[in-house]
Write a protein that binds this ligand. Sequence first.
Ligand code: NAD
Length: 266
Amino acid sequence: MDLGISGRLALVTGGDSGIGFQTAQRLLREGVRVALSDMKQDSVDAAAEKLRAFGEVRGFAADLTDPEQVRALHGAVRDGMGDPDIVVSAAGITGPTGLFHDLTEEDWHRVIDVNFLTALRVARSFIPAMREKGWGRVVFIASEDAVQPYTDELPYCASKAALLSLSKGLSSTYGPDGITVNCVSPAFIETPMTDAMMEKRAKRDGVDIATAVKTFIDKERPMMTVRRRGRAEEVADAIAYLVSATATFTTGAVLRVDGGSVGTMV
Ligand code: NAD
């Protein structure tokens, strides 16, 4: 299927790893030009180098928890490549875990800042130019945790639920301007984020990684009918659809890519 976005410019945050990196590659294959952003210039440049075979891509460093760096990112992308037509916000962390009574005020601030406010800041910077063009696509990466909270990672769950609400609200605000705003909602995707979770679990239980993955699915994700970790490419495919020229009537939506992990229909 031709997605109709060849020649468009996309900003992908969290772009040097996992879902962001695979999304960048997927969009480059569609002929999209990509501004790849992540925390550190050397690693984002290295990621951009790996992607160069697929199309035009440049690396931009920014810590998106710093509003000043988001402003600087906006200026650098605009001056270097132009105003993005597409924004995919994939920056995120698991953050501090533990039961509610063991978490501090600072733990909550950190996760809400990285997972929610970074996406909000990026949207605030880049949506105005989309409005001027009368065309835009914004995708946030939520999570199964947004609608199915797990007791040991409530800050993460709440940060992702906030993204669902923001996405729906922005879709209403900017629909008349030709901008769609959607979420993908993945579960247990094979990336450095869940690699770290599985390494911790394997160490705790004295087992290998494959066994840790299996027991995690069996015990913690019983509704996952596709009984394996998802692939970042599978999430990237869903994102590619949402940012396509084809997806003109899909906005304020949540597209689950979770192997069935969320136990309800809606
Ligand atoms: P990842 O750790 O591979 O990638 C996350 C990227 O975000 C990293 O490159 C990191 O440097 C970047 N980042 C973190 N803090 C940042 C900041 N302050 N400023 C700029 N960049 C920052 O993880 P991933 O699994 O690819 O996750 C991508 C997104 O998908 C995250 O929002 C995550 O919450 C979400 N998600 C992942 C899964 C999963 O199972 N892997 C499931 C649901 C949702």
